[in-house]
Structure formats: C-alpha cells, structure tokens
Ligand binder design. Structure first.
Ligand SMILES: CC(C)(COP(=O)(O)OP(=O)(O)OC[C@H]1O[C@@H](n2cnc3c(N)ncnc32)[C@H](O)[C@@H]1OP(=O)(O)O)[C@@H](O)C(=O)NCCC(=O)NCCS
Length: 197
C-alpha cells in the first residue's frame, strides 16, 4: 500500500444509505433495484466505504446474504470508477466473506458479467466459474446478455487458518442444499455447467 493511501473505514449500511448505494451502482448500470434481476436491496448485508475527502460520499459498497443454510451469496458489489484499484474491493470482499463464514456459509455464489471482474474474483479469491445465466433485463454491461456464475469454496479458503468463525451448528458439507430454486432466477439450475466449450 502506498504511503499516501488514506485509511478507509468500513461501515455497515443504514436505511438512510439506500439512495446513495443505488447512485453508486448507477456508475455500472447496476442501480435497477427492485427489478427482475435484483428483487431487493438487502441492507443488513451491506458494508460501505465513504470518501475520506468528501464526507458522506459513498465510494464502495458490497452486499451479501445467506441463500440457504451453508450457502452464501454476494449481492451488489461496486467501487466508484475513480477509486478502483486501491484495495477497496478487497477490503469489502474480505469483510463479506468473514461475515458469511460466521453465518455458517461453506460456499459463496456470485453473478458477474465484466471479464475483468471474473478475472478479479478468480485470481484474487479463487472463485470458479460454474455456469452461465441469461440476463432478464438490461443490467450491468448492456452488451453482455448473460451472467457468469462463480462459486467460492469457503471451506478451502478457511482451511488451516487459526481463526475460522464457522459456527458449530453449520450444516455439514454433504448436506448443503442444491442451488436449484435458491436463485432469484427461476431458470437457474446450478447442477448444469453451461460454459461454452
Ligand atoms: C471488481 C471491483 C469490485 C474490484 O474492486 P477494486 O477496488 O477495483 O479492486 P482492489 O483494488 O481491491 O483489487 C486490486 C487488485 O486486484 C488485482 N486485479 C485487478 N484487476 C484484475 C484482473 N482483471 N485480474 C486479476 N487481478 C486483478 C490487482 O492487481 C490488484 O492486486 P494487488 O492488490 O495484489 O495489487 C471493481 O473494480 C468494480 O467495482 N468493478 C465494476 C463493478 C463490478 O464488476 N462488480 C463486480 C460484481 S457485479
């Protein structure tokens, strides 16, 4: 981290942050909530970073939720274009994964479209591509008509770490529910790998 890097503070979202989160998402055409793509802004799972210079200006936001016992999901996640590449994505993703693990998650699902974001999830965290999902509306990159669905194995990520917050009552791995029926997308069938050859 450069010496001039300001200290960023991660804060949980409040009800009053709703509009500012959607304004931030609008930089990436991800503000369409509620919609057929994202039915609600699930504020309890959101963490935020504000600009240290302009008080109150939101520069990064990342949401997460449990889809089912043991199954986590990243919801909306974006960094302001002018603040990319300064560690904010890592700061918020680390926080989301820690929270999901503490809530009993063994896997985390995400849907993304930008090739550079797919590369980021894969290279920085080890998410694996497990499928594709047609978009239901113009959301994110308009020229890309599908989501790339990726999964992170949180058991593998936390293996061997001295501090693993997984609760004792987390479901055993072999009892994790299948993804079918868990997604906002009725068409989603997580059992099928539909990547192009
Ligand atoms: C994806 C996103 C959240 C990442 O946030 P960020 O703050 O820009 O990322 P960070 O600064 O935390 O990460 C930078 C690191 O990722 C690495 N990185 C960046 N792009 C990469 C890529 N395409 N492939 C591999 N690594 C990459 C950098 O080398 C850097 O690594 P380092 O920390 O070891 O130097 C952000 O770019 C964004 O908002 N993108 C648009 C919206 C989006 O696609 N959201 C994703 C969910 S839909």
């Amino acid at each position: 981290m450069p010496a001039s890097q300001p200290a960023f503070e991660v804060q949980p979202a409040q009800d009053s942050d709703h509009a500012a989160i959607l304004e931030l998402m609008a930089h990436w055409n991800m503000q369409h909530v509620p919609s057929v793509e994202v039915e609600e802004l699930y504020l309890p799972g959101f963490n935020l970073v504000r600009s240290p210079a302009a008080v109150g200006a939101l520069i990064a936001a990342c949401g997460h939720k449990l889809l089912a016992p043991g199954r986590g999901k990243n919801t909306l996640f974006a960094v302001h274009p002018q603040w990319r590449g300064r560690g904010l994505g890592h700061l918020l993703m680390d926080r989301a994964l820690q929270a999901l693990r503490a809530a009993g998650a063994r896997t985390v699902l995400t849907n993304t479209d930008r090739p550079e974001s797919v590369a980021w999830y894969s290279a920085c965290y080890g998410y694996r591509v497990i499928g594709r999902l047609p978009k239901l509306m113009d959301f994110g990159v308009s020229a890309i008509p599908f989501w790339t669905t990726m999964e992170l194995d949180l058991d593998a990520r936390f293996a061997g770490r001295p501090m693993d917050p997984l609760p004792a009552d987390a479901p055993p791995r072999e009892e994790l529910p299948s993804y079918a029926g868990l997604s906002e997308h009725e068409a989603w069938d997580g059992a099928v790998d539909v990547r192009p050859a």
